[in-house]
Structures are given as C-alpha cells and as structure tokens.
Design a protein around this ligand. Structure first.
Ligand SMILES: CC(C)(COP(=O)(O)OP(=O)(O)OC[C@H]1O[C@@H](n2cnc3c(N)ncnc32)[C@H](O)[C@@H]1OP(=O)(O)O)[C@@H](O)C(=O)NCCC(=O)NCCS
Length: 152
C-alpha cells in the first residue's frame, strides 16, 4: 500500500467516473475533470487526509487496485474504501482496510475511526466487522449505518 501522489490524478479520475464506482450509489453522478482536479489536489496535499492506494504484487509489478482514504476531524478520522470490481471478494479490501487503519492510528493521535455504510452493503459490513469495526452506539440514522473502530 502506498500514499497517493499528484501523479495518480488521472488514474483516480478514471476510477471515480467508472460505471462500477458510480453504480455503488454513494456518489451517484460523474464528476468533471475540473471538479476532480480541485478535490484531488487539495486532499493529496492536506495534512488532514491520508490517501492510500492499495497495490497487488504480480509478476508484472505492483498493480494499483483501489483507494483507502482517511479524513481527520477533531479526535477521529472518517474512512472510505473501494476496490476496482475485478479485485473484490478476495479478502484484499479487508486487508487494505486493516492496514490503512493501522497506518492512520500510527500517523494521527485520533481516538477512533468512523465509517458510514449503506445498509444494503452487506459485504462492506462483513469486511469492516472483520477489521474490528462495531456499530457506533452514539450515532443512529434511518438510512445509513455508523460504524466505529476505537483505538486499542
Ligand atoms: C467493501 C470492500 C472494500 C470489501 O473488500 P473485499 O476484499 O471485497 O472483502 P472480502 O473479500 O474480505 O469480503 C468481506 C466479506 O463479505 C462477504 N460478502 C461478500 N459479498 C457479500 C454479500 N453480497 N453479502 C454478504 N456478505 C458478502 C464475504 O463473504 C466476506 O466475508 P467472509 O470472509 O467471512 O466470507 C470491497 O468489496 C469494495 O470495494 N466494494 C465496493 C465499494 C464499497 O462498497 N466500499 C465500502 C463503502 S462503506
């Protein structure tokens, strides 16, 4: 897993606008290159973001397979993750999520990592639970599940 750099802008733009990511429903429209450039440039340079690209080592070299992002608030960080469609369901996202959370806890003095999951996304619930996330007892919402991973 490596940190994203400015050079990853075109790759992440293509991923962001792929039918797969748009179909996930959390951001259900494509973005323009100008919108993406403003957002990506800001977050990659921000001390309040950790933007990782998990990679898979193959005989052809390291292949980027998705993104794991942490946005720091006061005493917490919010995580979001996606893998490209070809790589889901093989344990790779769970591994990337676990590693990313370890790296975020090591980088920042945060007490917890928060996640929002659509109730229909049972694969995501399973993956986050395997990493140690639990339902957040302080946050309830009708249409979104709030999960939390406390620092141990
Ligand atoms: C969520 C995501 C990161 C998980 O990574 P992954 O590598 O696919 O996860 P895993 O292969 O470890 O699978 C996680 C678990 O979900 C289970 N699972 C898979 N599809 C499922 C489904 N449709 N319903 C219920 N459970 C499912 C798997 O069986 C596995 O559990 P197990 O190991 O006990 O068998 C990845 O699937 C992904 O990027 N999805 C699209 C983007 C997304 O949903 N992001 C999260 C938004 S909160």
């Amino acid at each position: 897993m490596r940190l994203a750099t400015a050079a990853d802008l075109p790759l992440v733009f293509a991923w962001r606008n792929s039918d797969w990511i748009v179909s996930l429903g959390t951001l259900n429209r494509k973005v323009t290159l100008a919108e993406h450039t403003a957002w990506f440039t800001r977050v990659v340079a921000s001390p309040d973001w950790l933007f990782y690209i998990p990679t898979l080592t193959t005989s052809a070299g390291d292949v980027p397979i998705g993104t794991v992002r942490f946005a720091r608030t006061l005493a917490a960080a919010e995580v979001s993750i996606y893998l490209q469609r070809d790589y889901i369901g093989q344990g790779l996202g769970t591994r990337a999520l676990r590693l990313g959370c370890e790296m975020a806890f090591a980088a920042w003095p945060i007490a917890q990592i928060d996640a929002e999951i659509l109730p229909t996304n049972q694969a995501s619930v399973a993956s986050f639970s395997k990493v140690g996330f639990v339902p957040n007892p302080t946050k309830t919402d009708a249409d979104i599940l709030h999960y939390v991973l406390p620092r141990t």
